[in-house]
Write a protein that binds this ligand. Structure first.
Ligand SMILES: *Cc1c(COP(=O)(O)O)cnc(C)c1O
Length: 493
């Protein structure tokens, strides 16, 4: 690829006077001429690149080829459920009937969209055993914050204002303590046993009447089923706290067991993980929050409700005295909601039960076939993902970072590395249910090959990647001095 012509930034390809656009037909007649006040108008022209269409097409096509996504190849990122995103979802989400909707248009003209929203709420309730969902939160972390705000509102509604602590396992995803802190709550860490699950004895010592909630992820971030949940739920409830379920790892549980039945009171789901939406690089996502019976009153507004008399769907914001209020504009990421709806309907009640077992089988198969060359700190059956603690042979000096970089040379996305923080050389693999045996076998072969290279020619692994457009980046420099803006004006360069 000739970087001078196609690479770099679109602004660098700009030539004054080149045009590569055409405006869409005006469907709105005279309504399209808005009379903006001068305070809203630009005082000088925006600095936009001026390029012909072919240059633009090549520029972005070549950039897209440098990207790696689940449509390019295997993407074994743990904790993120990077599953295949069916084309049908994309086709439906691209329909103008959905994309041209406006959130402020009259509800009687948006009954179809409201039905998607309302039906997905019902489906999620059925899948999780909880009473009611809001789809308004925009991400998992956003859902966590809103779930905790619901929990705080519940305690405050009872005048129980001393409940300010949230108990969080040491294996938890970083968003858990972050959300609790943003919610103004105090974080108490509970230890894991050597088997990687919550240590109930340690938990017992942390309980008192200031506990607002316990947050748990199940299966946890080590891919292990938290087998002590019934006992933990009883302990937390007895001391007056509520149980929060981080549902980011719901994938292996789908249709098999339900957080509501396990004793959880509030949860979030990551639609962009479990229910297939392209995500990464920060979005888009949607993090519905569900609650058990009795807590519905605290959920955010607006809500989509069925008018029993007219059978029409309505949008309600008032009449909810105890609501925590609005948590974002309108109704969450509607096109993510739509994809999740299509995904669930496509699978249907029976096939959705296959997701968990297939994801679990794939993860266990990889684990068992690699554990002689990679260090497996916790033995036993995992669920959808598992964690290695680097290569078994530590004498080569080859780290998890090196293995991850070398995988790029072989055309794989790297797994999650250095998370969870329980081990020094964490390497976390989640294959998802969609991958064929052939894909998984090839990945295993490459992982074994890298383990062999680490012994025979460690430098090759330590200096990887060798075949990517950019070789190994200095992550410290990239993190400490990120350059995320482009100075357009020549005299600012
Ligand atoms: C991804 C993830 C989150 C956060 O979800 P976002 O949608 O990325 O905000 C929380 N907990 C766990 C266990 C996760 O894997």
């Amino acid at each position: 690829m000739n970087n001078k012509l196609y690479g770099n930034l679109i602004f660098e390809l700009s030539h004054q006077g080149r045009e590569g656009y055409s405006l869409p037909k005006n469907d709105f007649g005279n309504y399209s001429v808005a009379d903006l006040s001068s305070t809203l108008k630009r005082s000088e022209d925006a600095q936009l690149p001026e390029c012909d269409e072919l240059t633009v097409v090549r520029h972005y096509t070549n950039h897209s080829a440098n990207n790696f996504g689940v449509n390019n190849g295997f993407y074994p990122l743990g904790s993120c459920t990077m599953k295949y995103n069916p084309i049908l979802n994309e086709e439906i989400a691209a329909m103008k009937d959905f994309t041209a909707l406006h959130p402020l248009q009259p509800v009687e003209t948006a009954q179809g969209a409201l039905k998607v929203y309302y039906s997905l709420q019902q489906m999620l309730s059925e899948l999780t055993g909880l009473s009611e969902f809001t789809l308004n939160p925009f991400a998992g972390a956003h859902g966590e914050l809103i779930g905790l705000m619901v929990i705080r509102a519940y305690h405050q509604s009872r005048g129980d204002n001393k409940r300010i602590k949230v108990i969080i396992p040491d294996s938890a995803h970083g968003t858990n303590p972050a959300s609790a802190a943003v919610c103004g709550l105090e974080i108490i860490e509970v230890k894991s046993t050597k088997d990687g699950i919550v240590d109930v004895e340690d938990l017992k010592g942390l309980l008192d009447d200031s506990v607002a909630a316990m947050m748990m992820t199940n299966p946890n971030t080590l891919g292990l089923f938290e087998s002590k949940i019934p006992e933990i739920a009883q302990l937390i409830h007895e001391c007056g706290g509520l149980m929060y379920y981080d549902g980011a790892n719901l994938n292996p549980m789908l249709g098999a067991c339900r957080p509501g039945d396990m004793g959880f009171d509030v949860m979030h789901i990551n639609l962009h993980k479990t229910f297939s939406t392209p995500h990464g690089g920060g979005g888009p996502g949607d993090g519905p929050v569900g609650v058990r019976k009795g807590l519905e009153q605290f959920l955010p507004t607006p809500r989509v409700v069925l008018n029993e008399e007219t059978k029409e769907l309505e949008v309600k914001t008032d009449n909810y005295e105890n609501t925590i209020g609005s948590v974002g504009s309108f109704f969450g990421n509607f096109l993510v909601i739509l994809r999740a709806y299509v995904y669930i309907l496509t699978l249907g009640k029976e096939n959705i039960k296959q997701v968990g077992p297939m994801a679990t089988l794939n993860a266990n198969y990889i684990k068992e076939r690699l554990k002689d060359v990679f260090e497996l700190p916790i033995e036993g059956v995992c669920k959808h993902e598992f964690v290695f603690d680097g290569l078994k042979d530590k004498s080569t000096g080859v780290t998890t970072m090196d293995v991850a970089k070398r995988l790029l040379d072989y055309g794989y996305h790297a797994p999650t590395i250095y998370f969870p923080l329980l081990f020094h050389e964490s390497l976390m693999i989640e294959p998802t249910e969609n991958e064929s045996k052939e894909t998984i076998d090839s990945f295993i072969d490459i992982m074994r090959k890298i383990a062999a290279e680490a012994k025979e020619c460690p430098e090759v692994v330590k200096e990887a990647p060798h075949n990517t457009p950019i070789s190994r980046v200095d992550d410290v420099l990239a993190a400490k001095h990120p350059i995320v803006t482009y100075r357009q004006m020549k005299n600012e360069l």
